[in-house]
Write a protein that binds this ligand. Structure first.
Ligand SMILES: Nc1ncnc2c1ncn2[C@@H]1O[C@H](COP(=O)(O)OP(=O)(O)OP(=O)(O)O)[C@@H](O)[C@H]1O
Length: 507
């Protein structure tokens, strides 16, 4: 059996935590190998070791059966290893071609030939079915296309082993299907792939083998065809996982959020939301379903105050909030789990403790007579981090940036839920979370509803919207297509409405 990669007994420590403890992973030539594990299990770290970003304290790496030391990402590239990171590393105002040749420009004395590079990119694009335009600017293309540019970067450098770190977290369902096709093309052309993903369905759809790790330790490697998703989930979290959301019928009370015929401009300065109305009552979860970019961000940003409302009004508990400042909205009882956890969710260079009090640090008991009360902040943060099982090397003292993506997300959700807001706006709340954490977050959202609070859920995962919501408002092209009761609809009907087909007699 020929292995292209053998990572044998790898150990990597960070302050306070052994992120990889004696882990072994082997990659066969021509296979798609999934790497599965809970949030913070050590997946990105292991791939960071393979890509030369971290040096392991112990263990051996062999590439095509030869032992190697991968001291930095350039060495990884030279060995034919490429990686698509969770957060892309592209220069927004450069073209596709400029981004691809960046860092692989010819040596001194040789002439940089952009036209030749663009031609080669066009050829590669055709060969692998990537459909990338070498001349587009990054800022003008979709996230899915940007990801293809990252893939192209690896192909341009003739990588043989391709690592994808949670590639589908940022993609729409259609883009995910396209990516799966591209992966199969890559394999047919002799490449080998390692993919980190939390989505068991995707592992079932594309992977040949799957290695599972838990809390830094290897649990085992299975053949995907012979293993059920439930078995993989259990290997990963160490217990049975309930994929169904248990909830009783809602008992809606008074209206908490009333959006009355608002119109909002999008980033391109045209109306991205037109005459949109919805209401969310105490004791109910209202889901917004739609294909990405059909007005969801505009709805959320209009409520939270990040975007101006051109016409119409928004009322919270009967009081108009259409034009009041953001902080005042938070103080009136709005909690917000934002879509972009790096830009809006956390201050990445602050400790976790300080991040947990971002909205309340200036209030007692956290501030007294103008001074911060460190022990009160510590205690408050500790309880959130424990409740939401946020795992990191140094607990509350960890710098937010060092947390794994999923643990950052759990910390934000914990902070916002701890404020016990009358209206909780949850945007893609479970993006990047493992199945065990998803189960927990879903339960907490339902508990919040059952306490008599209002929840507005915005998610691209139709399954999640259908399972959690009591009512679903469907948007298409910035307009409300209709509102349906979740118990009386199904995926097909909502799917059609998302495509703009309205339904007679919607509620
Ligand atoms: N640069 C770093 N400094 C300190 N600790 C780190 C660093 N990078 C990772 N860690 C810690 O190592 C552990 C493993 O993190 P890693 O990112 O590998 O997890 P993961 O399995 O990829 O998780 P997720 O699914 O949430 O992305 C975490 O507890 C994390 O806090």
């Amino acid at each position: 059996m020929s292995y292209v990669v053998e990572m044998l007994n790898i150990r990597k420590e960070f302050p306070g935590i052994v992120a990889n403890d004696n882990i072994t992973l082997t990659l066969k030539k021509g296979e798609i190998h999934a790497l599965l594990g809970e949030n913070g299990a050590g997946k990105s770290t292991l791939m960071g070791v393979l890509f030369g970003m971290y040096q392991p304290e112990q263990g051996i790496i062999k590439i095509r059966e030869k032992e190697v030391k991968i001291t930095n990402p350039n060495v990884a590239n030279q060995l034919g290893i490429g990686m698509v990171h969770q957060h892309f590393k592209l220069v927004e105002n450069f073209t596709v071609t400029e981004n691809i040749i960046l860092g692989s420009e010819p040596l001194k004395g040789m002439v940089l030939d952009i036209d030749k590079a663009a031609k080669r990119i066009a050829e590669l694009s055709k060969h692998y079915g990537l459909n990338v335009d070498p001349h587009s600017k990054i800022e003008d293309i979709s996230v899915g296309m940007q990801q293809r540019v990252e893939i192209m970067k690896m192909l341009y450098r003739e990588a043989e082993v391709l690592i994808f770190d949670e590639p589908t977290a940022v993609l729409t369902p259609h883009e995910i299907e396209e990516l799966m096709k591209i992966m199969r093309n890559l394999i047919n052309e002799g490449k080998s792939i390692i993919i980190i993903t939390h989505k068991l369905k995707e592992i079932k759809a594309v992977a040949d083998r799957c290695t599972v790790i838990r809390r830094g330790k290897g649990i085992g490697t299975v053949n995907v065809k012979e293993t059920s998703t439930a078995q993989m989930a259990e290997m990963m979290v160490g217990r049975e996982v309930n994929f169904k959301v248990d909830k009783k019928a809602s008992t809606p009370g008074e209206v908490v959020l009333q959006i009355d015929s608002i119109s909002v401009k999008n980033n391109r300065k045209v109306l991205g939301l037109k005459n949109f109305s919805v209401e969310v009552r105490r004791g109910e979860i209202v889901g917004i379903a739609g294909v990405e970019g059909n007005g969801q961000s505009e709805i959320v940003e209009a409520i939270t105050g990040l975007r101006k409302v051109e016409s119409g009004k928004i009322l919270l508990k009967g009081k108009e909030i259409t034009n009041i400042p953001i902080r005042q909205r938070i103080e009136s009882g709005i909690g917000h789990i934002p879509e972009d956890r790096h830009r809006r969710g956390l201050v990445l260079d602050y400790t976790l403790e300080n991040n947990m009090v971002l909205e309340v640090y200036n209030k007692p008991p956290f501030a007294k007579a103008g001074l911060l009360n460190g022990s009160a902040i510590k205690k408050y943060a500790k309880s959130i981090l424990e409740n939401f099982d946020v795992r990191s090397g140094e607990g509350g003292a960890s710098i937010a940036r060092t947390l794994s993506g999923g643990n950052q997300q759990k910390a934000i959700i914990g902070r916002e839920m701890e404020l016990d807001p009358d209206l909780l706006i949850a945007v893609q709340p479970t993006r990047g979370l493992d199945v065990g954490s998803i189960e927990y977050i879903h339960r907490r959202l339902i508990e919040h509803r059952d306490k008599g609070k209002a929840v507005l859920l915005v998610s691209l995962e139709l399954d999640e919207v259908l399972q959690l919501s009591d009512r679903i408002a469907i948007v298409n092209n910035g307009e409300l297509i209709g509102t349906v009761n979740a118990s009386e609809t199904n995926e097909n009907e909502v799917g059609l409405m998302m495509a703009g087909v309205s339904k007679e007699g919607t509620v």
